[in-house]
Design a binder for this molecule. Structure first.
Ligand code: PLP
Length: 433
């Protein structure tokens, strides 16, 4: 009863994101009452395993006591103060920790992933102006990239469904091939594809470097493209070319940061350092909106001047909010007190073992890195049938086109892994009949 009432009230008052609202005439919303560990619970007390970590943010599941207590303690101290002209302990402590973890050195805060990307793009192009390079105004981005949906971030995004209706509002930047191995030839390895794409990029840099401010990429996994994965060799190659041609490398780790790919940050697989690193999503473990753009001392120094106009005059009302910073400190304290990466490795081994049988399903490109799994359903299989089967059996997946993926919270237990893997498998088998 309560479920139905909430659905109606929501549809009458809330404009839901990334949704054609009319579709809710036939596929109902699910009102969520509470979250516990890897599960979301609706108002009929039906439980759903959250196999996408609520759009990749709830790293440690729901109702995490460590993060919750960090916020509770901070709540009694200071809920908010601006950090222009002022400062506070949570933002200092968080910045010191992130600088230490990344080897970068300066943290600039925003409220969401898109703003972290905007900050990196603005800082990069402003840097080149400070250096007298006024022509370096173009950004290079990959085919099938996703960097957010505000106008600047959308201009370096290549998801036509999100971009086409607004392209007249944006500047044109430079789109290049993606090293996603699904797009390569049948007999090519991921590494061969990466090396090939690097030689193509070299030609573009050689020709246009005087116009290029930075290249932005999602290290190793293009998540919104349907978990397109590529070889770390590509990132190594990009770093080399960036050094050679005086171009910044922006690593957008909003989705893949904090252990998702098996290392703390995805660019660690390539043993390189970016010039800018954008983080959000997992940063606060799903508790509060916060993002950060980290950069180098070289970039920071280019803005350090007597002239106000040469400063980075960008701000958001909630920049460095103390509650959000304390949630992030809670997340980092979990990484500090337990070997999360090792535990994830063990869980990943179990998931891979349990997914052995997937080889016999009507799917292709089964792939895994760290705590991400993905595959494409064969064309003749009805995706809505699979999704509905999963919902009915207490599992939330949110496929991207024909791609089904798992990005479970790190809190997932062996029993829950079994539930996630088996319900999906049965859903696919049922959809075949
Ligand atoms: C989610 C995401 C963004 C945008 O973050 P928002 O918080 O949704 O604005 C940018 N880049 C990547 C790689 C993302 O996954």
């Amino acid at each position: 009863m309560k479920n139905k009432e909430l659905i109606n009230r929501s549809l009458n008052s809330v404009w839901h994101p990334c949704t054609q609202m009319k579709h809710h005439e036939c596929s109902p919303l699910i009102p969520i009452k509470k979250g516990r560990g890897s599960w979301l619970v609706d108002f009929n007390d039906k439980k759903y395993l959250d196999a996408t970590s609520s759009w990749w943010v709830n790293l440690f599941g729901h109702n995490n006591l460590v993060i919750k207590n960090h916020i509770k303690n901070q709540l009694d101290q200071l809920e908010h103060s601006m950090i222009a002209g002022l400062t506070h302990e949570p933002v200092i402590e968080l910045s010191e920790k992130l600088n230490h973890m990344t080897g970068l050195g300066h943290c600039f805060y925003g409220s969401d992933g898109s703003s972290a990307v905007e900050i990196a793009l603005k800082m990069s192009s402003h840097y080149w102006r400070q250096k007298g390079e006024h022509k370096k105004t173009k950004f290079v981005y990959l085919k099938n990239s996703y960097h957010g949906e505000t106008l600047g971030a959308l201009s370096v995004t290549d998801i036509p469904l999100f971009k086409d209706q607004y392209s007249h509002l944006m500047k044109n930047h430079i789109q290049i091939d993606s090293p996603d191995w699904r797009l390569g030839k049948e007999n090519e390895t991921a590494k061969e594809i990466a090396i090939k794409k690097i030689s193509k990029l070299k030609i573009i840099f050689e020709e246009k470097h005087s116009l290029i401010s930075s290249i932005i990429l999602e290290p190793l996994v293009q998540c919104a493209a349907g978990m397109g994965m590529y070889d770390a060799e590509y990132i190594k190659g990009v770093r080399k070319l960036c050094d050679q041609y005086q171009i910044h490398l922006i690593a957008d780790e909003i989705a893949v940061g904090f252990g998702r790919t098996g290392k703390m940050f995805a660019h660690h697989h390539a043993e390189i350092k970016p010039d800018f690193l954008c983080l959000s999503k997992g940063l606060t473990g799903g508790y509060l909106p916060l993002s950060v753009t980290l950069t180098t001392t070289d970039v920071y120094n280019a803005f350090y001047d007597n002239d106000v106009k040469r400063g980075f005059l960008h701000s958001h009302s909630y920049t460095g909010n103390p509650l959000a910073c304390s949630a992030a400190l809670g997340t980092l304290s979990i990484f500090n007190s337990t070997d999360v990466l090792l535990e994830n490795q063990n869980k990943a081994n179990k998931i891979n073992f349990m997914m052995e049988g997937y080889k016999n399903l009507p799917i292709k490109n089964l792939r895994n890195i760290g705590m991400i799994w993905a595959f494409e359903l064969n064309k003749n299989i009805n995706m809505s049938k699979v999704i509905n089967y999963c919902i009915n059996h207490g599992l939330l997946i949110r496929p991207i086109k024909s791609t089904i993926y798992f990005m479970p919270p790190y809190s997932i237990s062996e029993k829950e892994i079994n539930h996630m893997v088996r319900v999906t498998e049965n859903g696919i088998k049922k959809a075949c009949i």
